[in-house]
Design a binder for this molecule. Structure first.
Ligand code: ELE
Length: 210
């Protein structure tokens, strides 16, 4: 991942992890994020709407930082890149998918949660990694333990992060940003509750930028 993109993600500090079920929710959600100070999204390929959602968000907000999450194979990499994603995120580390992203010259942030996976990632030339599932894998203590020996590694913790603990993670050196769904819960998106999402986004931005 380019240092420029890493710096961009660091600047946001919080990356909304989004599950979109209906493509018509994409642009209103992007509008809500942009207008409330968080022009970034990781749109997960957990749903069939993800590809078109990324495309519509990119068309409506060309400068928004949009990534694709839950990308598990080369075909999904192609679909995400074609739709306009500028980075790829995965729950785990699949060397084949990582190598394919490198061949396609698109940034890839695989998920890891133990030393062997970190060393696999280093072997693949990656140093910016998703720590997932963060809380279930030992949380703050685990991520500090992983950062100690691997002095070139930085993390984006995701999984069980919310208002109560996000700043605990961000306080750790080499934790660049955190992923989370708390401000973009699928139920709120499904309900089209853009006011509540906007409030939660503003609250999150203020929380991590005291
Ligand atoms: O689907 C993926 O690729 C994932 O990595 C899973 C999501 O990032 C986590 O489920 C977010 O966890 P919460 O913020 O606790 O809801």
């Amino acid at each position: 991942m380019s240092q420029q993109l890493i710096e961009k993600l660091k600047g946001f500090k919080v990356i909304p992890v989004i599950q979109i079920n209906n493509v018509e929710q994409a642009v209103p959600l992007a509008k809500t994020l942009v207008e409330n100070g968080l022009p970034v999204a990781e749109v997960t390929f957990r749903t069939e709407a993800a590809e078109d959602a990324i495309r519509l968000m990119r068309e409506a907000y060309p400068s928004m930082c949009i990534g694709a999450g839950t990308v598990l194979n080369a075909a999904q990499v192609d679909r995400a890149k074609t739709a306009g994603a500028e980075f790829i995120v995965a729950p785990g580390l699949n060397p084949n998918t990582v190598r394919y992203c490198q061949e396609q010259d698109i940034a890839m942030v695989p998920g890891v949660n133990n030393p062997s996976q970190v060393e696999q990632a280093l072997e693949l030339g990656l140093t910016f990694l998703k720590f997932f599932p963060a809380e279930a894998s030992g949380g703050i203590n685990m991520i500090k333990s992983l950062l100690a020996p691997y002095v070139d590694v930085a993390f984006m913790p995701t999984g069980g992060i919310g208002k109560a603990n996000v700043n605990d993670y961000l306080a750790i050196d080499r934790v660049h940003c955190c992923g989370g769904t708390w401000m973009v819960a699928p139920a709120l998106i499904e309900a089209g509750d853009w006011d509540e999402i906007g409030r939660l986004v503003r609250e999150a931005v203020e929380l991590v930028n005291p």
